[in-house]
Design a binder for this molecule. Structure first.
Ligand SMILES: [Cu+2]
Length: 120
């Protein structure tokens, strides 16, 4: 998967000679699959973003972006506006309040290790 993304970036970069594709790794406060989906979806719509991938184990968001269209600072800011910390930047409290309960601090701390049963 990572390899495929790299190849894709390479190809895109080759076609757009002028535009330089760079990558940035942003440490976030994401904790579950829903965080991953939310962040990846939102950042995809940010101007100049080529690809987004969140590694849930490390909580690092890897973004490939066009140097001429955006910057790591803008991207970090965007992450905070979705409701997550981004490196040393704190999340926007209002955005955080709107997140699903399962995406809030400690929501998964007591999860049994992959043994959840359906129903109550
Ligand atoms: Cu979540």
């Amino acid at each position: 998967m990572k390899k495929l993304t790299l190849i894709l970036c390479f190809l895109l970069g080759g076609f757009a000679v002028q535009a330089q594709v760079k990558t940035v790794a942003i440490k976030t406060s994401a904790i579950c699959e829903m965080c991953k989906a939310t962040l990846e979806k939102d950042l995809t719509f940010e101007k100049g973003v080529k690809s987004v991938n969140l590694d849930l184990e490390t909580k690092v968001l890897n973004i490939a972006y066009l140097d001429s269209k955006t910057s790591p600072d803008v991207l970090r800011k965007r992450v905070t506006m979705v409701g997550y910390h981004a490196d040393s930047l704190k999340r926007d409290p209002k955005a955080y309040a709107k997140l699903d309960e399962c995406c809030k601090d400690g929501a998964h701390d007591n999860d049994p290790p992959k043994k959840k049963k359906d129903g109550n």
